[in-house]
Design a protein around this ligand. Structure first.
Ligand SMILES: Nc1ncnc2c1ncn2[C@@H]1O[C@H](COP(=O)(O)OP(=O)(O)OP(=O)(O)O)[C@@H](O)[C@H]1O
Ligand SMILES: [Mg+2]
Length: 239
């Protein structure tokens, strides 16, 4: 399997605090990795470095040229209609590609709408279409479902899973939701004290059911790695 992302000994400090401190991570082409970690543990910092929005203070980071980020909020350009938002980073005359991407997220009928008229979930699907239309080799997702209601979040998870299986980018999904990580990812990582304290394959059969004992056992282990010990499997897995 060839490598899409290779990080060795990554260090990033703010003042005298090293937020990332000797972090190693490899992501293979087409692999879906979920990254869990407490608030302030450095997940967004890592994604920003991978997206070249921030620099490292040490270590080595190798990423593909074609990479895109989807944030928690859609960050659409309010003065551009939906289709123009999707094609904003493409050369001119790529409307057909934009429309295809919009149809993949079920929004082709909204091509001519203004962003302000969309629901939160729709706007986030436009952001996803804008990321996928560039055919990234690496897709960086920073809690893309966190602001959505529970039902929309589940639908978005299914959509992202489907789209990633169809397009096969390498994916790094940051989430606070342990169940989301286990449902979607090939591998799960936990970031703590500047490095990955957990990095393991998800050995749960598809379709992944939270009631499956293997699912519940991995959830318990991940919650323990995150410092949450008292949860029962019936609880949500959201930290
Ligand atoms: N530009 C900056 N200047 C100073 N400190 C920063 C900067 N960016 C991030 N930090 C600090 O680095 C730490 C990690 O921040 P980061 O945003 O990566 O956390 P996170 O894991 O994404 O948290 P959350 O789950 O709350 O989004 C925090 O303590 C934050 O205050
Ligand atoms: Mg963050």
């Amino acid at each position: 399997m060839s490598t899409a992302v290779s990080i060795t000994g990554l260090r990033r400090a703010f003042g005298d605090r090293a937020v990332l401190d000797g972090l190693d991570l490899t992501i293979h082409r087409g692999e879906f990795v979920a990254l869990l970690g407490a608030s302030g543990s450095g997940k967004t910092t890592l994604l920003r470095i991978l997206g070249a929005l921030d620099g490292a203070d040490g270590g080595e980071v190798l990423v593909p040229e074609a990479r895109t980020i989807v944030f928690q909020e859609p960050r659409l350009v309010p003065s551009k209609k939906v289709l123009a938002n999707v094609t904003v980073a493409l050369p001119r005359g790529q409307s057909a590609r934009g429309l295809k991407a919009l149809s993949e997220v079920g929004l082709e009928r909204h091509a001519d709408a203004w962003p302000a008229t969309l629901s939160g979930g729709e706007a986030q699907r436009v952001a996803l279409a804008r990321a996928l239309v560039r055919e990234p080799e690496l897709l960086l997702l920073d809690e893309p479902f966190a602001a959505l209601d529970a039902l929309t979040r589940l639908k978005m998870q299914d959509l992202v899973g489907e789209l990633c299986r169809a397009h096969r980018p390498a994916v790094l999904l940051v989430t606070h939701d342990v169940d989301e990580a286990v449902r979607l990812a090939d591998r799960v990582c936990v970031l703590r004290d500047g490095r990955l304290v957990t990095d393991e394959p998800v050995g749960v059969d598809h379709p992944r059911d939270p009631g499956d004992p293997a699912f519940a056992a991995l959830r318990r282990r991940l919650l323990a790695d995150l410092g949450v010990h008292s949860r029962t499997p019936a609880e949500s897995g959201v930290i």
